[in-house]
Design a protein around this ligand. Structure first.
Ligand code: AGP
Length: 352
């Protein structure tokens, strides 16, 4: 059953391995059945807006960052991402016709509820994207879309992140006459995740590289956003102090923290900026960093350790994040932590 661990030692590992199936389930639900197609009224509400505001927390906020790029590149509608707990009480200047997208796995996050209540008093149109159609946020919004990830039990979110990005991608693609065949591109992503999971050797890298109490993820563009998510995941279950950094920004101060053996994990999936990130890698290597390269095959160089299949450039975070999920999992396993229930954390945060 969906709520049992089956052959897996932990829910987190089960949920990581479910990801190809989750993407395929989304495709079936949104393309092959009538019931969960994106409603025309939602499409026209977004078409009429002049700016999209994505509000979320934690991992869902990181999915929102990928969504911003998808919306801006595909629809040309300017899109902002805000941390829900900030937006609720420090609202930015809004455009004339804003449209709000609240992204939440649980649909119960109190910071988002605070935003929703505020926005409803101004009669704004709100879409919530959740994994739980009966949740508070799904019920109270103007529109609701389901991510079909299936129950996510591990506190550390994995498959919901992938599913949120998939939904944001197919939503963005339904707003305009897009040249992207999103159904095909997402099924390529599902295959790429499956290929990686079938042959991964992440545990060895974790043993060789994550030997210090701190760690850095670096990347540019979408890989920077993936680095933010990767570092949150590593922190929350391994308790290794980790920072996700824009690769080009490191030299402006933080490089002072690099010592002999400091783990620096580079994420590289964009050929246009491949050499820029590599030059930042050279800078940290020269200062003793113990580096690990996670790349897509279109950026591959001989020294790279983890090579992933190339997917559509707007969807690279969906494949790039998967090795980082396993890095967190194995780092926590090596330290004998309670992987599915990390200290101090709850699955859904129902206080502000
Ligand atoms: C993810 O690994 C976290 N446990 C956490 O950041 C989570 O994503 C956040 O609390 C938001 O939850 P939601 O998606 O249910 O709103």
């Amino acid at each position: 059953a969906d709520t049992e661990k089956g052959v897996y030692a932990h829910y987190m590992l089960k949920e990581i391995n479910e990801q190809p199936a989750v993407v395929r389930r989304i495709l079936t639900n949104y393309y092959d059945t009538e019931t969960s197609r994106i409603p025309k009224s939602l499409i026209s509400a977004i078409q009429q807006s002049d700016r999209i505001y994505i509000l979320a927390a934690g991992t869902s906020m990181h999915a929102g960052l990928i969504g911003k790029n998808l919306f801006e590149k595909i629809t040309n509608i300017p899109t902002e991402v805000h941390i829900a707990s900030e937006f609720a009480y420090q609202r930015p200047l809004l455009s004339k016709s804003p449209f709000f997208i609240l992204v939440s796995q649980s649909g119960e996050t109190a910071d988002l509820r605070a935003c929703l209540v505020e926005l409803k008093t101004s009669n704004y149109q709100i879409l919530t994207i959740t994994n739980v159609p009966s949740s508070t946020l799904a019920r109270e919004a103007t529109f609701a879309l389901e991510i079909h990830a299936g129950p996510e039990i591990a506190v550390a979110s994995t498959k919901a992140y992938i599913a949120q990005i998939a939904i944001l991608a197919l939503l963005a693609n339904s707003i305009t006459e897009s040249s992207i065949d999103m159904k095909k591109e997402l099924s390529i992503v599902a295959n790429a995740i499956e290929n990686f999971l079938a042959n991964e050797s992440i545990l060895t890298h974790v043993r060789n590289k994550l030997t210090k109490p701190n760690c850095f993820y670096i990347g540019r563009g979408l890989d920077y956003y993936t680095g933010l998510e990767a570092s949150l995941k590593l922190k929350e279950i391994s308790y290794i102090q980790t920072e996700g950094f824009a690769a080009g920004e490191l030299k402006h101060g933080t490089i002072a923290l690099i010592e002999e053996g400091t783990p620096v994990i580079a994420l590289i999936s964009d050929p246009k900026i491949n050499h820029n990130t590599r030059s930042n890698l050279n800078e940290v290597s020269a200062r003793g960093a113990n580096t690990l390269h996670i790349v897509t095959s279109n950026c591959e160089e001989p020294e790279d350790e983890i090579i992933l299949d190339t997917v559509h450039p707007l969807l690279t975070p969906m494949i790039m994040v998967v090795p980082t999920q396993l890095i967190s999992y194995y780092a926590a396993l090596e330290r004998s932590h309670d992987i599915d229930k990390p200290r101090n954390l709850a699955k859904s945060v129902t206080v502000e």
